[in-house]
Design a protein around this ligand. Structure first.
Ligand code: DGL
Length: 267
């Protein structure tokens, strides 16, 4: 039987990762879990994020997946070692693919990283980029208000522009040539971010980077069967569907709300 790729995020933003993977691997079955009951993860402490991530992963492992994709940058930044201890299947987060892409893109070795507070404070992108490019200088900035802006559908609203100008004012002075969009929601703000940063700065979309990275684990061979999509959320399916429609420009079906079963909390 064909096993699916499991993807989890703190909520709906990880659909940017789902979309990139679906476009690259049209024949794979994908199971997406969005922890909409407990979003946002960005401002929470590392221990809480690790707990939630393990519970989400256990749920997906119970569905019999072959690879676990951690779409959430905040979970990827702090929970990958714990998640890798859970199971023998490959566990892939967004940080390494994004860091690799940034290291390949930069010419002047001055790189910006924006993300949630959790991601930026973890320093995970800085460590991953410097592993590949020790001489690179990294500038990081949390941009927490970008998440609700996207969820409200205001990514091109003038308010988004004002907030982006405010958050990115220091970043603009650093002469960076590459900026990592280190949060699931930020690719949806890329027009606004590009406008504020200027055309000379290349934006690295961690969602696209992980889809490309996955090619090392899967072949794109076409077995002629269109992949199946299954979506689960821990709360509010209708809100998820509404935002998903905006992100994917398509209606999603096969969406189920699951409760936080006790079995998720057991080792
Ligand atoms: N999915 C989160 C991330 O990529 C953003 C939303 C949240 O704070 O939970 O970091």
């Amino acid at each position: 039987m064909k096993k699916a790729i499991g993807i989890f995020d703190s909520g709906v933003g990880g659909l940017t990762v789902y979309k990139a993977i679906r476009n690259t691997f049209p024949n794979e079955d994908l199971i997406y879990f969005g922890d909409t009951a407990r979003v946002p993860y960005g401002p929470k402490s590392p221990n809480t994020i690790i707990d939630y991530s393990l519970q989400n992963a256990r749920f997906l492992l119970q569905q019999g997946i072959k690879i676990l994709i951690v779409a959430c940058n905040t979970s990827s930044a702090v929970a990958i070692p714990a998640l890798q201890n859970l199971s023998a299947i490959p566990v892939i987060g967004v940080i390494e693919p994004g860091a690799e892409q940034a290291a390949k893109t930069t010419k002047n070795k001055r790189i910006g990283v924006i993300g949630t507070e959790g991601t930026v404070h973890s320093g995970a992108y800085t460590v991953a980029i410097n592993k590949l490019l020790p001489e690179a200088v990294i500038f990081s900035q949390p941009c927490p208000l970008f998440v609700p802006l996207v969820e409200e559908g205001w990514q091109e609203h003038y308010v988004a522009n004002i907030i982006a100008e405010e958050y990115l004012a220091d970043m603009k002075k650093q002469n960076i040539d590459t900026l990592v969009l280190g949060c699931t929601h930020y690719p949806l703000l890329s027009k606004t971010i590009q406008k504020v940063m200027g055309e000379e700065v290349t934006l690295v979309d961690s969602a696209k980077a992980i889809a490309a990275y996955l090619s090392c684990y899967l072949d794109r061979e076409n077995d002629g069967q269109k992949g199946k999509d299954t979506f689960y959320v821990s709360d509010n399916e209708s809100k998820f569907s509404e935002i998903a429609q905006r992100i994917l420009q398509d209606n999603i079906s096969n969406l189920t709300r699951v409760h936080l079963y006790e079995s998720w909390f057991k080792d």
